[in-house]
Design a protein around this ligand. Structure first.
Ligand SMILES: Cc1ncc(COP(=O)(O)O)c(C=O)c1O
Length: 382
């Protein structure tokens, strides 16, 4: 810059994109907005010739991640958001509004349960929670104003596998939209859109990113609904920051190899814990898909085992109120993820004081099995 003072120069001297070479990896577009050379250039954005205007609306890193997940889920479109919760919110708001009704399964993640039972209720959207084990029960609860059937493909924390084909049939019969949280299964195991589910949502905080260093969400599915979900994301301002979107895209590259190892380890851990004294029940789903069952194992200790001793005896495995990192971790559903569920609902579902959710990592499988077997043994001796 010529003919300007030093303090003006210092503002404008750096930060320009002068790179002509193509970078191997998408750069981080850590910018809140995009600049335009003249009014025609600006108008071109509204004519669809320029891609980007303002990061709350759209950004290359957000698009990269949304398109990546949509591709893996075999869905035509997707939108990323600041968290799994905001992805669920914008997905639901693309379907339901004041006066509408939702039928949801009664064994949902606690945060989703709260969103539906409290927050959306206060917006005039009512939800009936029913057991999805019986399709007849879902049908009985459909009302003239029902718009949406909502569930999880593999439920949190007891790993019930949803019958997606039956849900799609029922929804078609009553002209309803279906939305599935596919966080636990991931598209490596299941692709609900290919079965006819309209919207598929993820807490990308979990396996899609996979390294426990990002909070993010994504919803993919029918183009008309995703366009509406994107508008809600923009208006509610729950966009994902460019760096987090970039990190999540990086995580996605290793989804397949991570899931292969997570699932192999979880399958073996579930097998060994079934024969371990002090463990009453091992929840581990079967026949989920050809690529595997689950990377989560949930256990219930015997009544005579001491749950505090179990947690204290886990050596290098830490208590962490999330899942899906490369490290093996444990969580206590009654005390964290399902704390907001009414006590009667937890009791009915079987989420009691002895239930522990294990997020099986990618470490050596013998080390993982040994830690849990020793902890179960110690908990039983107390
Ligand atoms: C199945 C499921 N869906 C959604 C969420 C919410 O995701 P986030 O914490 O990214 O908002 C969670 C969080 O644990 C979850 O387990």
């Amino acid at each position: 810059m010529k003919n300007v003072h030093f303090d003006t120069s210092s503002v404008h001297a750096s930060g320009h994109n002068s790179v002509k070479s193509v970078s191997k990896i998408n750069p981080i577009y850590q910018t809140s907005a995009f600049s335009f050379t003249d009014l025609d250039d600006l108008e071109d954005y509204f004519r669809g010739k320029n891609d980007y205007l303002y990061t709350r609306m759209n950004n290359p890193n957000q698009n990269d991640f949304a398109n990546g997940v949509a591709q893996l889920e075999q869905a035509p479109a997707g939108v990323v958001t600041s968290s799994g919760m905001s992805a669920i919110l914008v997905g639901i708001l693309s379907v339901a509004q004041n006066g509408d009704h939702i039928v949801a399964c009664d064994d949902l993640y606690g945060g989703t349960y709260q969103l539906l039972s409290d927050d959306l209720k206060s917006f005039g959207i009512e939800t009936t929670f029913v057991s999805f084990k019986n399709i007849g029960e879902i049908e009985e609860n459909i009302r003239p104003n029902t718009k949406l059937i909502y569930s999880e493909s593999v439920t949190n924390p007891l790993l019930r596998v949803e019958d997606l084909d039956a849900l799609v049939l029922l929804a078609k019969k009553h002209n309803l939209t279906t939305m599935i949280d596919n966080t636990f299964a991931t598209p490596y195991v299941l692709q609900p859109f290919t079965k006819g589910i309209d919207l598929v949502v993820h807490s990308a905080t979990k396996y899609l990113n996979g390294h426990s260093d990002v909070t993010a969400g994504v919803v993919v599915g029918r183009e008309d609904l995703i366009a509406k979900a994107q508008a809600k994301m923009i208006h509610l301002g729950c966009n994902l920051g460019p760096f987090d979107a970039w990190l999540a895209s990086r995580g996605l590259k290793t989804l397949s190899v991570r899931m292969e190892r997570h699932i192999a380890n979880a399958t073996e851990l579930a097998r060994q814990l079934k024969d371990t004294a002090g463990i009453k029940t091992v929840y581990y789903p079967e026949f989920v898909s050809e690529t595997g069952n689950s990377s989560i194992v949930t256990i219930e200790l015997d009544e005579q085992s001491d749950v505090h001793t179990f947690f204290k005896s886990l050596d290098w495995v830490h208590i962490v109120p999330t899942l899906a990192g490369v490290e093996t971790t444990v969580s206590y559903p009654l005390g964290t993820s399902h704390r907001s569920l009414p006590a009667e609902a937890c009791e009915k579902l079987g989420i009691n004081k002895n239930v522990i959710r294990i997020s099986v990592g990618i470490e050596n499988v013998d080390d993982i099995c040994s830690v849990f077997k020793k902890a179960a043994e110690k908990a039983l001796k107390v």
